[in-house]
Design a protein around this ligand. Structure first.
Ligand code: MLT
Length: 276
């Protein structure tokens, strides 16, 4: 689907109907990474998967920077366009950085949070230097540069051996992204906010999911989120690398579906009047 959101034409995919769940993709992909979730939405749920600004079929517009906040504000504007007050917000890796930015700056729009293979901290100096160097290389050489840097670390050895079609699919997806958006997103991730000290303030139901063999996000980073967010549920998916929704879609969908099924009912606007 397409609509004018902020200053760009934004593209998103939808599946199912009912209570809203937004699925925010990782880097350097687009909404197609959620194909196995969009194919099996939980009954009573409406899955909404946007292509972030500059990625997939969403325009880059005049953006000179793609911060996690810019991406998050676009998602909020999409919710406005769809007439949705509150949604469950899920994000994988860079999508998790965006989900955290959205949760911290627009908490009233979040019903619950699903953080997949992501971290709350900012880049250290070395990571920032590497990202900025990769951004420059991507501008000079195209999206192949970023794809080549990322691909060896994205999936587990098990996935690589057993599901070569998954590896081919993610390579095609990475190569399909425009180099300027890829470079801007790398710079945006390098400059992102450190939310570790804010995690204790989160008071939505939160699910943390990680792949057992993730080579990009350290287990300690996810454990820290799960430990600090009150009542967070923490799930690890065996044999999966950094991309559980693609590497272990059935297990991932089951965990996600159970979490959605156990959420307290959404508050309606009228419910607040009782307390006055
Ligand atoms: C992602 O999967 O979105 C990226 O690997 C995130 C990152 O590089 O920090």
């Amino acid at each position: 689907m397409l609509a004018n959101i902020n200053d760009v034409q934004m593209h998103w995919q939808e599946a199912g109907s009912g209570e809203p769940l937004v699925l925010i993709h990782g880097f350097p992909f687009d909404a197609r990474m959620w194909q196995q979730q969009l194919a099996h939405p939980k009954d009573g749920w409406r899955y909404i998967a946007p292509d972030l600004r500059g990625f997939g079929h969403t325009q880059l517009g005049n953006a000179r920077e793609l911060s996690m906040d810019v991406f998050a504000d676009d998602v909020v504007a999409l919710l406005d366009h769809l007439g949705i007050d509150q949604a469950v917000i899920a994000g994988l890796s860079m999508g998790g950085y965006v989900a955290l930015s959205l949760a911290m700056r627009h908490p009233d729009r979040v019903r619950a949070l699903v953080l997949v293979a992501t971290r709350a901290g900012a880049d250290n100096e070395e990571a920032r230097t590497n990202r900025n160097a990769l951004a420059a290389k991507t501008r000079a050489e195209g999206s192949r540069a970023a794809a080549d840097a990322m691909l060896p670390k994205l999936v587990s050895a098990h996935t690589r051996m057993k599901y070569p079609q998954v590896v081919e699919g993610i390579e095609a997806l990475a190569l399909a992204q425009p180099p300027e958006a890829v470079a801007l997103a790398l710079e945006g991730m390098a400059g992102r906010t450190d939310y570790r000290d804010d995690l204790a303030k989160v008071d939505f139901s939160t699910l943390v999911i990680r792949g057992e063999q993730d080579e990009i996000i350290a287990a300690a980073d996810m454990e820290q989120i799960a430990r600090t967010v009150r009542g967070a549920r923490h799930e690890m998916i065996a044999l999966s690398g950094h991309l559980p929704p693609l590497e272990a879609p059935d297990v991932f969908n089951k965990i996600l579906g159970q979490f959605l099924g156990q959420l307290p009912p959404a508050l309606k606007l009228g419910d607040f009047s009782l307390s006055f």
